[in-house]
Design a protein around this ligand. Structure first.
Ligand code: ZN
Length: 493
């Protein structure tokens, strides 16, 4: 994700207005006290659920032709249990559940916090497959100014689930540590086009509506789900090595946006020259007619505000570097996902790094200048948001407040220090090895630290303790003259 400076203020204000999401599950019965569970993520204690590993999601959405009414939805989850389950907790809120089946038999259900708690007729044994089918609504109307989940665009809907909003759209194990394959079906009235993550797997037209099916070829975290429904066109082109690219644009703007869209193949080639092969089956930009205040690296189809490309005040090099930011997330954040949300700096630090490196190489904006500026602010960022790898908890009602400068330029600054410390060749080898080693998986900060030490052939634990976990910015290797301004006394982050 990238909060664009021009809209940062608006987005934060919007988030402040947002109140708790409404829970309106219909409880078929409440057999015994159900409690919301989580997998112990320090920043989001109730995300994810213990006892099972989701292997695949099959999502079906039926769009009614207006974006202020709930979509009818069916979510089917295939999972493997790791323990005997008398109850199965799913993350789900902001919708109505009609029915739940577990392994083909009706199950009872109730809500607890932001969990949908399912009680099958018979406990599900450990170590076996479990299929859960939930018939539910998926409501695009959020309280407040959009807490994520569905994004209402001028002509339909898009999705922005990072970090914790996928379960406002569909029941799931809403944590990036449980990646799964996705099949997504969208039915919409004629005149609309639907596109989702992955490659097309069928189009079926009947009775004034069309059902599109898309399927991922790689596992994906729930927070990276994307579904676009709109009066849009799909522009196809080819990327490096025949990689199929497709962009989703408002039909009326296709020509206007083409000069930007055609930059993608070269940007992918540039990223491949830095870190190795593009990790997925396709890529493209979704140009949404919405003011989200951010761009988002939804897997294989990054979400952008159309305004980013039509606002004449924004320099061309800046817009291109933002495109590269979201593109680089396909390696850093999507293919290699954070194990816990405190590892967010692995996403944003690297995306900021390649954003800045691209600007240095293509637009003569020196990395060193940007990093020296970041160094000045770094102590203040750490005081406000915590160190890069130990971010402060999100403020209540401001969950996107984890996306702070400390994990963007603050974390890119730590990568710069690392490159200063171990040298360019080892740093570049580390980056390539990292995305190859953890492709389609999840990884932790400790994994990164260990790999860096291995490749540098020396113990870097002291370096990382200071740079990633310390409250004060350590001296910059090679730049002993760099200074960080003292944090000003302030409230909040
Ligand atoms: Zn980002």
């Amino acid at each position: 994700m990238l909060l664009t400076p021009r809209t940062r203020k608006r987005r934060i204000q919007g988030a402040l207005l947002a109140s708790a999401v409404s829970v309106c599950l219909v409880a078929a019965s409440a057999p015994s006290p159900a409690t919301p569970l989580g997998i112990g993520d320090r920043l989001f204690p109730h995300l994810g659920n213990p006892g099972y590993d989701v292997k695949s999601y099959d999502l079906s959405f039926t769009y009614p032709g207006v974006n202020d009414k709930p979509l009818a939805a069916v979510t089917t989850i295939d999972a493997v249990t790791s323990q005997r389950l008398e109850r199965v907790n799913l993350d789900y809120t902001h919708g109505t559940v009609e029915s739940v089946e577990v392994n083909g038999a009706p199950a009872t259900f109730t809500s607890a916090g932001e969990d949908l708690v399912v009680t099958p007729g018979e406990p599900v044994p450990a170590g076996g497959w479990m299929r859960i089918t939930v018939r539910h609504s998926s409501d695009p109307v959020t309280t407040g100014n959009g807490d994520g989940g569905w994004v209402r665009t001028k002509d339909g809907l898009a999705m922005a689930n990072q970090a914790d909003a996928a379960h406002m759209v569909f029941p799931c194990n809403d944590h990036p540590s449980d990646k799964a394959m996705f099949t997504i079906h969208v039915t919409a009235p004629d005149g609309y086009t639907a596109v989702a993550n992955g490659l097309p797997a069928g189009v079926h037209r009947a009775g004034g509506s069309t059902t599109w099916t898309y399927r991922t070829r790689h596992p994906m975290a729930t927070e990276l789900t994307q579904v676009s429904i709109g009066r849009s066109s799909v522009a196809h082109r080819e990327g490096p090595h025949g990689l199929p690219l497709r962009d989703v644009v408002p039909t009326k703007d296709r020509e206007l946006l083409e000069p930007w869209l055609k930059k993608t193949p070269d940007q992918i080639a540039w990223m491949e020259s830095k870190v190795g092969p593009y990790p997925f089956e396709t890529y493209g930009l979704l140009m949404a007619q919405a003011q989200t205040g951010f761009e988002l690296e939804t897997q294989t189809l990054s979400l952008f505000e159309r305004e980013l490309f039509t606002e004449p005040a924004l320099p061309k090099w800046y817009v291109e570097s933002i495109m590269v930011h979201e593109l680089s997330h396909q390696w850093f954040g999507d293919s290699v996902s954070p194990r816990v949300w405190s590892d967010l700096w692995l996403n944003e630090g690297h995306a900021t790094w390649y954003e800045a490196l691209y600007a240095e190489e293509k637009a003569d904006k020196p990395m060193e200048t940007r990093m020296k500026t970041a160094y000045r602010a770094s102590d203040s960022w750490r005081a406000a948001g915590g160190p890069p790898a130990a971010p402060k908890e999100p403020a209540p009602g401001r969950k996107i407040s984890i996306f702070r400068p400390s994990v963007y330029d603050g974390a890119a600054l730590a990568l710069y220090a690392l490159r200063q410390e171990i040298g360019h060749p080892t740093f570049e080898r580390l980056e390539r090895t990292w995305v190859a080693l953890h492709r389609d998986g999840t990884a932790t900060t400790a994994d990164f630290e260990r790999l860096a030490s291995d490749l540098a052939n020396r113990d870097l634990s002291g370096f990382f303790r200071a740079w990633l976990h310390g409250t004060k910015t350590p001296p910059m290797p090679g730049h002993p003259d760099w200074k960080s301004d003292a944090p000003k006394a302030r409230k909040g982050a």
